[in-house]
Write a protein that binds this ligand. Structure first.
Ligand code: HEC
Ligand code: HEC
Ligand code: HEC
Length: 326
């Protein structure tokens, strides 16, 4: 393994003589480190197609695959480039390169050779956004002009700093099932799971300035967390309490159209909306009822109801509205 490193730089000289053009194309220092030390194995384009390739098992990593984009986090790359990868021809560079140089060459590989997960197919992602979202969210992600006067609430400005707090999972759920009491439609029937992930990553990468590469691709629906303290609700008991405490706003039918709903904003949650039906599991219901929703008329019920009573109501709402006729 060590021999490879001693021998290869000679071959590298021939490669330099052969292509010779890299110096003008990539004057930056990290580019030079890459071409001096890495491309001999990983190839000029990072795709592992080097002359040395045939002599190595496993072959040098191809940085351009979608798998590499998902698997290789910056941290992992810095660790491997520093210490090497046992059982492969990838030796550690900690004795030849300074930590800053290692970080720089890793960033060079990430920025210039690896494909961000978000833009695995940049053209397709842009097209999905243009066809489905830009009519409301605008070409620049700030919201289309016409919506400013015609929509309330208007579409979120993805470029605003506070948008960075939206998690990928939340966005995927919103794009799949829509957002209750807003014009945001669900795309569950028009787009498949991969397309929804792609367009969300596009929004995150292009407008929100987030690096989607470091977020693992997760299944759309998270597992259902149970109610706290191992509580089990009694739906019959819950029904009575629901009618007494909740129906005035959320409606007897759970559709958010109780008699008081007309006077308040934001409107009470419609439990039959697809976004509720996919977003509210028992754990979320319990928390939402117990803690209320800040900035709305939804009170925190844990000040007036016991945990068991909250669990009963959560169970009723869950069975009667969330999973009814599923
Ligand atoms: C002697 C050939 C050789 C050289 C030179 C070389 N590598 Fe590698 N590299 C490999 C091989 C072989 C692997 C292992 C591939 C695998 O495990 O599938 C690898 C793997 C990697 C990985 C992936 C590690 C992982 O966790 O799977 C990174 C990142 C990497 N190399 C970066 C670099 C950088 C940056 C340089 C230059 C500083 C460099 N390599 C120089 C052969 C080389
Ligand atoms: C008909 C107009 C319309 C279309 C089409 C539309 N949106 Fe929206 N979107 C909205 C509105 C309105 C909101 C709600 C903003 C709010 O709650 O403040 C919203 C909210 C969102 C949110 C949640 C942000 C938040 O504040 O909770 C995301 C993510 C999102 N949209 C992404 C998309 C994506 C991706 C597409 C295309 C696949 C799309 N939207 C298509 C109007 C639209
Ligand atoms: C005074 C009107 C009012 C009453 C009474 C009320 N709610 Fe709400 N509820 C709201 C409003 C408003 C929201 C917020 C909607 C939003 O943010 O989109 C809400 C939101 C919720 C949510 C969503 C919480 C989340 O985390 O997203 C749940 C669950 C809920 N209510 C359950 C209940 C239950 C159960 C009761 C009876 C114990 C109840 N509500 C009583 C008005 C009310």
């Amino acid at each position: 393994m060590r021999n490879h490193r001693k021998v290869l730089p000679l071959g590298l000289l021939t490669l330099f003589a052969a292509c010779g053009s890299f110096a003008t194309e990539m004057p930056a220092k990290p580019a030079k480190i890459y071409h001096d030390h890495c491309s001999v194995c990983h190839g000029d384009h990072g795709d592992g197609q080097s002359r040395a390739r045939g002599s190595m098992v496993p072959p040098p990593r191809d940085f351009t695959t979608p798998q590499a984009a998902v698997e290789l986090t910056r941290e992992r790359m810095i660790a491997v480039v520093s210490a090497g990868k046992p059982g492969t021809a990838m030796a550690g560079w900690a004795t030849q390169l300074k930590p800053t140089e290692i970080a720089a060459v890793v960033d060079y590989v990430r920025e210039h050779l690896m494909r961000p997960v978000a833009t695995v197919d940049a053209g397709a992602a842009r097209k999905l956004y243009a066809e489905n979202c830009s009519v409301c969210h605008g070409d620049d992600g700030r919201g289309a002009k016409w919506t400013f006067t015609n929509m309330s609430p208007r579409p979120r400005d993805f470029t605003a700093p506070d948008s960075k707090t939206l998690s990928r999972d939340y966005m995927i759920r919103t794009v799949s099932y829509g957002k209750a009491n807003t014009a945001m439609p669900g795309f569950e029937t028009q787009l498949d799971g991969t397309q929804i992930g792609t367009v969300v990553d596009y929004v995150r990468g292009t407008f929100m300035g987030l690096d989607a590469r470091n977020e693992p691709v997760r299944p759309i629906l998270a597992a259902q967390p149970p109610m706290p303290g191992g509580l089990h609700g009694d739906a019959e008991m819950g029904k009575a309490r629901y009618l007494q405490n909740c129906a005035t706003c959320h409606g007897v039918a759970g559709d958010g159209k109780g008699p008081r709903a007309y006077f308040i904003l934001p409107k009470p949650r419609d439990f039959r909306h697809p976004a509720s039906r996919h977003g509210l599991d028992l754990g979320r219901l319990y928390q939402g009822i117990a803690k209320g929703v800040r900035g709305s008329e939804m009170p925190a019920w844990d000040t007036v109801l016991a945990p068991q009573e909250i669990a009963d109501i959560a169970e009723y709402v869950y069975r009667a509205f969330i999973v009814a006729d599923r």
